[in-house]
Write a protein that binds this ligand. Structure first.
Ligand SMILES: NC(=O)c1ccc[n+]([C@@H]2O[C@H](COP(=O)([O-])OP(=O)(O)OC[C@H]3O[C@@H](n4cnc5c(N)ncnc54)[C@H](OP(=O)(O)O)[C@@H]3O)[C@@H](O)[C@H]2O)c1
Length: 284
């Protein structure tokens, strides 16, 4: 089985490069190996690799910057995704793609199902939703995994931001009115590897799946847990979202219901605290 992986230096991409390498002949590309802004490179890379599975872990993920870089966000999250899906369809490859809780407006009080109507509130969320729709409309075989609040041992993420801030500030002020499930890149990659290795994969119907860690917290709860697990005694003050102005609006409720992936693939990611402990141990 030949696997083409894009974005292999990102949080999810780097974890995937490790997790799927034992499952087949892996061609892992970072931005220099395959720049998704160059549609011709997508075509030539697919023609060279002839993958059975394309895993697209590349994305424009700068949520706030996307508010002023709409064209760039759409070029990576929509136009390139359309091209990957078109190529996948032309060679009958399976496309595995990722999306986000930010396709929702967060108004629902309970966890979101795949069948709930999206209503993104940011350019990033809109671009990811349009990317999802382009994959579904392409006719290729696909799995789209929507995940949330991703962090990992490497990369720019909330965990590293909190640990860095704790070195210089006596007090941290962290938003406490957004609920979600912090999901480690390692847990996502492990689940995707399980899907890729699952028997009868070629007979599984295309679909959209929610894939996030178990349990729930807020950004304040996550920050507190990160600092506690490192034994750092720093005051973490809970604030409202409107006390921390950012360019892009976030959903108040980012929780995803993961029943469908459980029923289809028997996958249930561990509670977010367990994922966090594993990542904290990895960065010691
Ligand atoms: N991060 C989150 O909290 C979160 C939450 C929900 C869903 N997701 C989704 O999960 C997936 C993986 O996200 P992640 O957290 O792993 O993101 P990430 O760490 O930002 O990685 C994205 C990767 O895409 C690469 N990339 C960007 N533009 C590219 C281009 N034109 N050509 C080739 N590569 C390009 C980046 O390369 P450079 O480093 O060179 O820019 C980076 O390595 C994405 O689909 C994202 O939308 C993420």
């Amino acid at each position: 089985m030949r696997i083409l992986l894009t974005g292999c230096k990102g949080q999810v991409g780097s974890a995937l490069a490790r997790a799927v390498a034992p499952l087949g002949d892996l061609s892992a590309c970072d931005r220099h190996g395959l720049d998704l802004l160059e549609l011709q490179s997508i075509r030539s890379t697919v023609a060279n690799v002839k993958p059975d599975i394309i895993i697209n872990a590349a994305a424009y993920t700068a949520v706030d910057r996307a508010e002023r870089e709409k064209d760039l966000a759409y070029a990576v999250n929509v136009e390139a995704v359309k091209e990957l899906a078109r190529e996948a369809n032309s060679i009958n490859a399976l496309l595995i793609h990722f999306s986000t809780d930010y396709v929702f407006d967060g108004e629902k009080p309970t966890p979101y199902l795949e069948t709930d109507a999206p209503n993104p509130m940011s350019v990033y969320g809109c671009s990811k939703l349009e990317g999802e729709r382009a994959v579904a409309a392409s006719g290729c075989r696909y799995f789209i995994f929507r995940t949330s609040w991703v962090y990992g041992p490497t990369g720019r993420n909330f965990m590293h931001a909190i640990l860095a801030a704790a070195k210089t500030k006596p007090e941290l002020r962290v938003v406490d009115d957004q609920r979600g499930a912090p999901t480690s890149s390692e847990a996502i990659a492990g689940a995707v590897a399980q899907v890729v290795a699952s028997p009868g994969l070629s007979r599984k119907a295309s679909g959209l799946y929610h894939l996030s860690a178990g349990g729930e917290t807020t950004w304040h709860g996550f920050a507190t847990a990160i600092l506690q697990s490192k034994g750092l005694k720093i005051l973490v003050t809970a604030i409202r979202s409107d006390e921390y102005p950012v360019a892009a609006r976030r959903p108040t409720n980012s929780l995803l219901d993961n029943s469908k992936i459980g029923a289809t693939f028997g996958i249930a990611l561990p509670d977010w605290r367990q994922g966090m402990a594993a990542v904290i141990a990895a960065i010691h």
